[in-house]
Write a protein that binds this ligand. Structure first.
Ligand code: CO
Length: 132
């Protein structure tokens, strides 16, 4: 079951530069930074959801190609679910095209899966379940 927007993933080419905007100018709180899967990531709290700033460190990654092709900007929308495995199977059965056949570990200590934008009106959709 889908609970809320967990976070918006925003592709940036320079995380430190982006933090000048989100942390310094906007005054938002950075709750976590980590290196994960060829990315430098910062989570920014905003109300009861988050922004996930993503800087590619691997030039061959999908994220690097996204920035190359489309520039910086919103890259994915992540929906919080209570059971990622169940949601993945349900949505697959309803015809959504998956990128991840099985849930996998994601940043921010969550288990995640992505759906292809071709089956979601152009939005790269993530479902995520925080690990307790
Ligand atoms: Co995400």
């Amino acid at each position: 079951m889908i609970q809320k927007i967990d976070h918006l993933g925003i592709a940036v080419s320079d995380l430190d530069e982006a933090l000048k905007l989100y942390r310094d100018t906007l005054g938002l709180e950075v709750t976590k930074t980590e290196d994960f899967g060829g990315m430098k990531i910062a989570f920014i709290a905003i109300g009861d959801t988050e922004l996930e700033l993503l800087q590619p460190t691997d030039p061959s990654s999908a994220l690097a190609k996204f920035i190359e092709k489309r520039g910086e900007g919103i890259q994915h929308v992540a929906l919080r679910v209570d059971d990622v495995e169940k949601s993945l199977e349900e949505l697959k059965a309803k015809g959504l095209r998956v990128i991840d056949e099985k849930p996998r570990p994601g940043a921010g200590n969550a288990t995640i899966a992505f759906f292809h934008p071709k089956s979601t009106h152009g939005v790269l959709l993530e479902i995520c379940q925080p690990n307790s």
